[in-house]
Write a protein that binds this ligand. Sequence first.
Ligand SMILES: C[S@@+](CC[C@H](N)C(=O)[O-])C[C@H]1O[C@@H](n2cnc3c(N)ncnc32)[C@H](O)[C@@H]1O
Length: 264
Amino acid sequence: MTAYLHGYIPKEQQRLMDQAGVLGSLIYPRVDFSGCKKLLEVGSGVGAQTEVLLRLFPDLEITCVDYSQSQIDRARQNLAFAGDRVKFVCQDARKLQVEENYDSVFICWALEHIPDAAQVLVAIKPYLLPETKLWFTEVFNSSFYFHPAFPGLTKYYKNYNDLQVSLGGNPDIGANLGNLLRNAGYREIGLFHGGFHLDQRKPEELKEITQYWKELMKSAASGMIEAELVTEEDVLAMEHDLDSIALNDNAVFFYHFIQVSATV
Ligand SMILES: C[S@@+](CC[C@H](N)C(=O)[O-])C[C@H]1O[C@@H](n2cnc3c(N)ncnc32)[C@H](O)[C@@H]1O
């Protein structure tokens, strides 16, 4: 198993659950699995998105694939309420081998971490039924803009993305989803943007998202310190800058992720 930007400690596993709650209203309005019965979720983590999908689409049975046994174990606990509507597969999705076929696929915040993520799109294809519905949501980290341009956050964010690249990931993979799907032979590919453009018109939302962003950034802190990309002081400076943005009269906080829909 390759190193993973956010790590697998319990605090990070809880962060994934919290993240699904904070960002859910941005991710799910478009996602449509109506009429689908069997969904494959790749990089399902601790089941944070699975829980939302089970609730939104009561006819779905979901197979969760993750290559970390500790994520699968936590997902089993989180999704115990769903009984046999959920199955778990601990595998590298680039070499997927499963017994069933699927009419839907969901991937969220996972391809960004997978070196040569195109392999996942090829590996899942033999298991997809005609007209399978695919919905992916992935990062586009170059879209991040904030004002004032505080140096602590600027430095930390650059190093955060550099670490992900050094681990074989792609912090801008969202922008490439159209080509990745096209090159793997998928059809009817639709690209959409989602995210936030916050300022002092909505101070509560600005505060909530800057706090969320702080936890996201901190989730990579131990890896970044270990790789000598930042110091403890740099982590504190990043946190301080995010608190300051939330209070600044001229604050702007902008980020866009990319969603893609496709079929086989
Ligand atoms: C940021 S988490 C996202 C989890 C979930 N999709 C969510 O939004 O809460 C990314 C997950 O992808 C998994 N992952 C990374 N590389 C993988 C691979 N090659 N095959 C399967 N899962 C992988 C990690 O173990 C991790 O649980």
